[in-house]
Design a protein around this ligand. Structure first.
Ligand code: SF4
Length: 324
């Protein structure tokens, strides 16, 4: 299968430069594994506002007026305004770049998307129990509410990584459809993704279906924006095991008359193991794909649910961290 390359913005210290406060960079096997398949666009917001590397660490503090400020941890020198101005300008620049997603550095006071430590003041003091987002991440989350935004810690979890990869590879494919501007490509996109989308969100799938049916004879350039909006909402839906099982049973229905009793029993056992989280959903979709090949079910063979992103990116390694 052919996969267009997603455009992903990434914090530079994640495998792209020694720009952390201590002059180091972060290693991430997941980010390295994705390198042959995606375009990484990177920047270090702290260096972009003129901070050197190595440098003194910075932190987020919450002052008496309940404002969050980005300051040097030891001296208290405030760099909030510089970071805000940079973040707004950079977000505007990135909005022109057809991005499909973000991977930001976890827990950084600049790039962290959640769980960033907050302090009452600079100097030697403990963090408080409340957590926040980094200043740059906050602007990105506001500016790109419909894109997948993750951090390198979370994508080491199998389910979170799978959801992220489905998002960015589906968006990249959709950009290709948009660029070509042909209604027939959009019809094929909708058809090829039917079962994947059904597993995500049936309401959005129906909305997209009626847009593609185009009874009002709208122009492609007008209709595609609405379609993109619903696609983004669909991909924002948190995947659920129950919906996956529903779609799997639906696909199984294509072969039910041709399978032997033993084959069906084996598959239902596998389904039970999936229900107990002992096997990933791909264990089931692999068997279904094999049957689609054996019974020459052409319609199913083009379904992206069998391989929504390059197979080499499937690894069942799992940090066990985080939830979608
Ligand atoms: S977390 Fe962000 S600001 Fe900090 S070093 Fe990495 S890229 Fe730079």
């Amino acid at each position: 299968m052919d996969y267009p390359r997603p455009n992903i913005f990434i914090s530079k210290c994640l495998e792209h430069g020694h720009c952390r406060y201590d002059g180091s960079q972060i290693t991430s096997p997941e980010i390295i594994r994705m390198m042959p398949y995606v375009n990484y666009i990177f920047a270090c917001p702290e260096m972009a506002i003129g901070l050197p590397s190595p440098r003194q660490a910075i932190r987020l503090i919450i002052n008496d007026k309940h404002e969050e400020r980005l300051v040097y941890s030891m001296t208290g020198e405030d760099v909030t305004e510089a970071m805000r101005a940079y973040s707004i300008a950079k977000a505007a620049e990135l909005a022109e770049m057809e991005l499909d997603g973000f991977i930001l550095k976890s827990r950084s006071p600049t790039c962290g998307i959640k769980e960033v430590k907050l302090y009452k003041t600079h100097g030697k003091t403990q963090s408080i129990s409340n957590k926040s987002k980094g200043l740059f991440a906050e602007t990105i989350i506001e500016k790109f509410p419909l894109l997948a935004i993750e951090d390198e810690g979370r994508i080491s979890n199998f389910n979170i990584r799978e959801h992220f990869l489905i998002n960015v590879f589906t968006k990249a494919k959709f950009r290709e459809v948009t660029r070509n501007g042909a209604m027939k490509d959009l019809v094929k996109f909708q058809s090829d993704n039917k079962y994947l989308f059904m597993a995500y969100n049936q309401t959005q799938l129906k909305q997209m279906g009626s847009l593609v049916a185009n009874h009002e004879k709208r122009k492609f350039s007008d209709l595609i924006k609405d379609y993109e909006y619903h696609l983004s909402l669909l991909l924002k839906t948190v995947p659920q095991q129950k919906r996956n099982v529903n779609v799997i049973m639906h696909i199984l229905g294509y072969f039910s008359k041709q399978l032997s009793a033993k084959e069906k029993a084996y598959f239902l056992d596998l389904l039970e193991q999936y229900g107990k989280q002992q096997v990933p959903v791909s264990a089931l979709t692999s068997v279904l794909k094999l049957w689609a090949i054996r019974f020459e079910t052409e319609y199913l063979l083009s379904q992206t649910i069998f391989e929504p992103y390059p197979i080499s990116l499937i690894t069942v390694s799992d940090s066990g961290k985080g939830r979608i």
